[in-house]
Ligand binder design. Structure first.
Ligand code: SF4
Length: 63
C-alpha cells in the first residue's frame, strides 16, 4: 500500500496520528512524519486516518 500526504494541504492537526499511530506520527518539530509504504495490515487504520483528516490531505494508492 502506498500512502501520500499532501504537505501543501496538511495543517499538522494530528488526527491521523491518533487514528493510525503506527503509520503517522507528529515529529519533535510538530510536523507530520509518516510511513509511505505501510504493511497491508495497517489498511483499516490508514483508511480511518484519511477519513478523519480535516483537510483530506491523505491519499491511498491501492496499486
Ligand atoms: S490529520 Fe491531516 S492535516 Fe492533520 S496531520 Fe494528519 S494529514 Fe495533516
Amino acid at each position: 500500500m502506498d500512502v501520500r500526504v499532501d504537505y501543501g494541504m496538511c495543517q499538522d492537526h494530528g488526527q491521523c496520528a491518533i487514528a493510525a499511530p503506527k503509520v503517522f506520527q507528529m515529529g519533535d518539530d510538530g510536523k507530520l512524519v509518516y510511513d509511505k509504504h505501510p504493511e497491508d495490515s495497517q489498511r483499516d487504520e490508514v483508511e480511518e486516518a484519511a477519513d478523519v483528516c480535516p483537510v483530506q490531505a491523505i491519499f491511498l494508492d491501492e496499486s
